[in-house]
Each structure stands twice: as C-alpha cells, then as structure tokens.
Design a binder for this molecule. Structure first.
Ligand code: FAD
Ligand code: EPU
Length: 439
C-alpha cells in the first residue's frame, strides 16, 4: 500500500502534536506552558527510532490520527517557538545535515557520451539513508530526481533542472558458500567491471563474459546487461531497491524483475519508481564456460594450454571488446545506441523476402533477432560523420561524439538512421540508450 504524507497525530492526554513527513521523519510539537509549542525533529536513523515512528504511523501507541484541519486548529492555539518558518523546515534542516549537495555540476565528465550538460544540484549518496535524504529533499524542494551510476547508458539532451543522485553505495559481502555455490551481495555504487574482475579472481564464476561493460552494479539490472552469450539474469539472485515516493526498501526476486532482452520491470511498469541499492548474485566455482560466441572461440585458439579457465574467457572478451568498441575515455559513446530488433515470424518473413541476406538469429519462442549493426552498415551509415557526431567505423550500432557534439545533434543523427533503416528494410529501430531531458 502506498503511504501518503504528511500525516497528523495527537498524543492522547498530553496535547502533543506530530506531523509525520515521511517513513522516517516526523516533527513533534510539545506544549510549553499555555503559550508555546516546542518543535523537535525526529529522524529515524536507528532501529529503535524507526520502530517508534512506525508505531506513531500505525497508531499502535497512544497517538491517534487527526485531520490536517484539526491539526492546524490545535497548532494555532500556541506559537511555535523559534519558528517563523513553515512546517517541514525543522525536519529538512536536520535530515539534510549530512548530505553533500553541490550546485551547478557539469555532467560532461560524468556521462560517457561526454556531451555538454549540467545539473542544477548533485548529491553523492553512500548509504540507504542518504538515498532517502536525497529523495526527501527532492520532494520538499520540488527538484526532480535523476539517478546516475556511471553515466554509460544515457544521452543528455539538455541540462538537468532538478537533483542528480549519484549512486556510491559500496561493499561486497559473501552471504553463503557451500564450496561450489556462492551468493554475494554487492553495493549499487561498485563499478561493474571491477566487480566482475574481483569475482573471477576469487573463483566466483559465471560473470566472466560480462567483463569490461562500463557502469555501475546498480544499473546492471535496469536493462539486464548482456554480452557474448550471457546476460545479468543468468547470475542474478535478488536486488533491493528504495521506492522513490515512500522510501520503502523492497526486495525483488528474479521473477519480479521481469527480465528480457535489454529489458526489466524497471524500464517498464516500474519505470522511475525505484532506486536500486544492492544486487545479489548466484555464482559457482564450477560454472560452465560460455565460449559459443564465434569471436571468443577464435580468441581462445591462441592459448597454449588446452585447459581454458574462466579467467581466459574474461580476458578473451576484454580483447574482443577493445578491438571493436570505442573506449569512452578516448571517444564519447554509450555502447550500442539501438537494440537489435526482435520480429515475430510473419514480420521477419516479410523482411527476408526483400533482404534474404539480413543477419539474424532464431530465438526459442519462434521470433527472430536481427543484427541492427548490419542493417545500419548496409544502409551506408558505418563510419559516417556529421560535424562532431558520427557512426563508429568498426561497430555501426555505436554512435560517437568526436568532441563537441551536443545531445540534440546525436539524437538527430539517430532519428535520421531510424528513418533510413525503416525506409530501406521496413524495420523499426528502438534506442537502447536512455534519453534524458528530451522533450
Ligand atoms: P547510467 O548510464 O548511469 O544509467 C542508466 C539508466 O539507469 C538511467 O536511466 C539511470 O537513471 C538508471 N539508473 C542507474 N543507476 C540506477 C540505480 N542504482 N537505480 C535505479 N536506476 C538507476 N550494455 C550492455 O548491456 N552490454 C554491453 O556489452 C555494453 N557495452 C557497452 C560498451 C560501452 C563502450 C559503453 C559506453 C556502454 C556499454 N553498455 C553495454 C551500456 C552500459 O554500460 C550499461 O547499460 C550499464 O549497465 C550502464 O550502467 P551505468 O551505471 O553507467 O548507468
Ligand atoms: N554487424 C555488422 N556491422 C556492424 C556491426 C555488426 O554487419 O558494424 C553484424 C555482424 O554480422 C555481426 C553481428 O552484426 O556478426 C553482431 O555484431 P556484434 O557481435 O558486434 O554484436 P551486436 O549485436 O552488434 C550486441 C550487443 C552489445 C554486446 C555484443 C556482444 C545489443 C544492442 N548490443 O551487439 O552490447 O556487447 O552484442 O554480445 O544487443 C550494448 O548494449 O551497449 C552493447 C555494446
């Protein structure tokens, strides 16, 4: 059930009033004689205070719910000591004491496309509590929140007028280990690639094919990241996320995440509702190797030893990726700009009737995935450059920023490619990259 705030309470027999401003924040107005109220801010930063606030909310103690009108009527019977301010100020001051918020921060270096854009306010969050503090602040100040991890799957079309919340919750903790199966929970602010390398080095296997994908652990479930025959969902156990409206912490199991190809519930029905704070993985010391992807096989042929290890696979994947994909530190990009289109059998047959050579893969459910890179290359766009934006010359699915391109210029190029591929092949491309600040 969605909790609505603020809520108002009156303590039976004591005249004390409360405004509950969020799941962890309340202001108490204690009577001081007959003329004054003494305000106290309560922030449930520890468990006992959290339980106390829950009791206040659920009316399980001596406080009972009253209406806003009833509350204001009682409040007006005395002056609030030290306050010319409106309700909420007390809480705001106390809660935000520790949150580091910086004004007017450039996002060019915080996003891998490197297009010019700035955020009005930026907060780096290190804990669940700081996430809640940032959310509360965004509600109070009416600053629209934007969650950022490594910024490697976003295109900024304009400045962000609200509050960017950069995820920096760290930590890697083994929850169970039976000698083969290991369950590990990882903070959303850990770097994805560093985590994969750490896991491979520990012998916690299963993620090696996903080495060198940029970004954070927290963003990995958003689009169910995938590469070289493995997707996040193959090794995902559960995640925990904080609700943007209520501050509630919820655990999502595998089924609830509704993972698909570059999809999850967080991009669909639960879009913009949750902030992922940690992700748990189910890994194995004896995980099967995934070496079917053609390029991996040819990379592994160079090895002298016939015994291929998980580390060998990680290294092969890294070599392939370095040879094909542009390094964002050198050339701005966000990986594949478009998804590979998936067509039902009739639509696929219609494309095949005109373009039988189209590169495609049959999927288990009877649909077909087309190689968008092939379509874009055949349409003549590979290596194309317009001003400072262009199509990468080794991977046509990747749009690049040669230096001074703007988000809108890159988006216009993307639209032109979509229209041309539609015109030439009758196939509609969908962007994979998240478009931010687009109108
Ligand atoms: P960001 O770009 O910061 O955010 C992406 C989206 O998720 C945004 O909408 C943001 O608001 C939201 N978000 C971020 N963190 C959270 C959170 N904690 N809670 C809730 N919402 C959040 N992807 C693949 O799948 N496979 C690849 O092989 C691959 N290769 C790439 C290669 C290159 C060179 C680049 C630049 C990108 C590549 N990507 C690939 C895309 C990208 O790396 C992934 O999508 C990655 O998971 C994005 O992580 P991030 O932390 O940078 O997310
Ligand atoms: N192709 C071309 N020309 C190109 C690019 C590709 O003809 O310029 C054709 C080739 O036939 C090639 C096929 O497309 O064999 C597939 O290309 P590739 O192996 O490079 O993979 P992709 O489908 O283009 C996908 C992911 C990548 C992921 C790789 C490896 C999507 C949208 N992209 O690319 O993910 O790293 O497979 O598994 O699914 C990302 O999501 O950002 C990303 C980089």
């Amino acid at each position: 059930m969605m909790m609505e705030f603020p809520q108002y309470r009156l303590l039976e027999g004591a005249e004390t009033l409360y405004v509950i401003e969020g799941p962890r924040h309340a202001v108490e107005f204690q009577p001081l004689g007959l003329k004054q109220w003494m305000p106290h801010a309560h922030v449930a930063t520890d468990y006992p205070r959290f339980v106390w606030l829950q009791e206040l909310q659920n009316e399980t103690g001596h406080a009972r719910a009253i209406s806003r009108e009833g509350f204001l009527e009682l409040l007006q019977t005395r002056e609030v000591r030290g306050a010319s301010s409106q309700l909420g100020r007390f809480v705001a001051e106390d809660v935000h004491r520790n949150l580091d918020v910086t004004a007017d921060v450039a996002l060019q270096e915080r996003t891998t496309f490197g297009v010019p854009a700035a955020t009005k306010r930026h907060a780096l969050v290190h804990s669940d509590e700081e996430v809640r503090e940032a959310l509360l602040m965004s509600v109070e100040k009416n600053w629209e929140p934007l969650i950022l991890g490594g910024g490697s799957n976003v295109l900024m079309h304009s400045d962000w007028p609200g509050l960017t919340i950069e995820m920096n919750i760290k930590g890697i903790e083994v929850l169970s280990d039976d000698g083969n199966h290991i369950e590990v929970v990882v903070g959303a602010g850990e770097s994805w690639h560093a985590w994969v390398l750490h896991a491979v080095n520990e012998g916690w296997n299963g993620l090696e094919n996903l080495a060198l994908i940029p970004g954070s652990v927290g963003a990995s479930p958003m689009q169910n990241i995938g590469a070289y025959g493995v997707e996040l969902k193959d090794r995902f156990a559960w995640l925990e996320a904080i609700h943007r409206g209520t501050g509630e912490l919820r655990r999502f199991d595998h089924a609830t995440c509704e993972f698909g190809y570059r999809e999850s519930i967080f991009k669909r029905s639960a879009r913009d509702q949750w902030i992922i704070v940690r992700v748990a993985f189910a890994l194995e010391r004896n995980a099967p190797l995934h070496t079917d992807y053609g390029a991996i096989q040819s990379e592994l042929k160079h090895l002298s030893s016939p015994d291929i290890t998980h580390k060998d696979v990680a290294e092969a994947v890294m070599r392939i990726r370095r040879s094909k994909l542009p390094d964002p530190a050198v050339l701005g990009n966000a990986g594949s700009f478009f998804k590979n289109p998936i067509l039902e059998a009739p639509a696929f047959r219609s494309v095949m009737s005109k373009t039988p050579e189209v590169v495609h893969y049959a999927l288990e459910d009877g649909s077909y995935k087309l190689a968008a890179g092939w379509l874009i290359e055949q349409a003549g766009w590979k290596g194309y450059r317009r001003g400072d934006c262009g199509v990468h010359d080794r991977q046509a699915l990747v749009l690049v920023n040669y230096g001074e391109a703007t988000g809108q210029e890159i988006w216009q190029l993307a639209l032109d490619i979509v229209a041309d591929v539609q015109h030439k092949f009758g196939v509609e491309l969908q962007p994979e990259v998240n478009q931010l600040g687009a109108h």
